[in-house]
Ligand binder design. Structure first.
Ligand SMILES: [Zn+2]
Length: 266
């Protein structure tokens, strides 16, 4: 089994959205400077003897050209180079979108489900509570500013969706973990590699090392804060049990330490 990290560019954002109250006024510092930071966006390609699996799909290349609602292009603008498009990252690893058998979406937010349209031939695993919440969000009214981080066009892709509610082994050595809180449901992934050991990908259940702690710290926005903290402790328990490397989803300092495609973990 090989795991490739596919670099899909960056989002710029206020650091308080990653770690709540990262900059917060005090009597001594009444108007603190807020930090506008860059965070990575990535997908994970797992080349397994039984299947080629893509975990998340990154942002749609037209995100800033009308695909995303205007408010989100101000709050969290997306930037990428041509070689960071998901199909070009797959090419760098030696594959085409057609070669992917299974897509697992951590959740349906726009920086994770944006390129699903390239994989209509694949089986697509989604978390049931998040999938239905996303569909309801984008259909409840035509005002895209009220759709949260769900984009209608990202969800309305004619795929073979497989709705997941429980933890299970996807293929030998690759486990799917339910980690709700960031969204009503969220699928993390744990892989056990021969040489690199175990890796846990919690995606947005764990944005940054600062959220992990201990003590765990809240993200700027959460669907369900109690579930969010429970999920972090589930990750911590599994990481300890398997001596696993925890892969933060949007932490630039951490990301700079990773091997990116065409390099891989095996
Ligand atoms: Zn995200």
């Amino acid at each position: 089994m090989k795991i490739y990290i596919l670099d899909n560019g960056v989002i710029e954002i206020d650091s308080n959205r990653m770690v709540a109250m990262n900059t917060c006024a005090t009597a001594k510092d009444k108007s603190p400077v807020h930090n506008w930071i860059q965070i990575p966006v990535y997908a994970v390609l797992i080349v397994h003897p039984q299947a080629r699996i893509l975990y998340d799909t990154g942002c749609h290349p037209e995100a800033m050209k009308g695909r995303w609602p205007a408010n989100l292009t101000m709050i969290s603008p997306y930037y990428y180079h041509e070689n960071q498009r998901i199909e070009n990252q797959l090419k760098i690893a030696g594959y085409k979108p057609r070669d992917i058998d299974i897509v697992v979406l951590s959740h349906m937010h726009l920086d994770h489900a944006g390129n699903l349209g390239l994989f209509t031939h694949a089986d697509v695993y989604v978390q049931g509570d998040d999938f239905s919440h996303g569909l309801i969000s984008v259909h409840q009214n035509p005002d895209t500013a009220t759709h949260g981080l769900y984009v209608k066009a990202d969800l309305e892709v004619p795929c073979r969706f497989i709705v997941v509610e429980n933890d299970f082994e996807l293929v030998p050595g690759v486990e799917i973990l339910n980690l709700p809180g960031h969204t009503p449901g969220l699928l993390g992934l744990m892989a056990h590699l021969k040489y690199s050991g175990s890796m846990i990908f919690p995606m947005d259940a764990l944005y940054q090392e600062a959220n992990y702690g201990p003590p765990a710290r809240s993200a700027g926005t959460l669907y369900d804060s109690l579930s969010f903290f429970k999920s972090i402790e589930k990750i911590r328990k599994l990481a300890k049990k398997h001596n696993a490397k925890v892969m933060y989803s949007h932490d630039m300092e951490f990301y700079k330490t990773l091997k990116l495609a065409p390099a891989y973990y095996d």
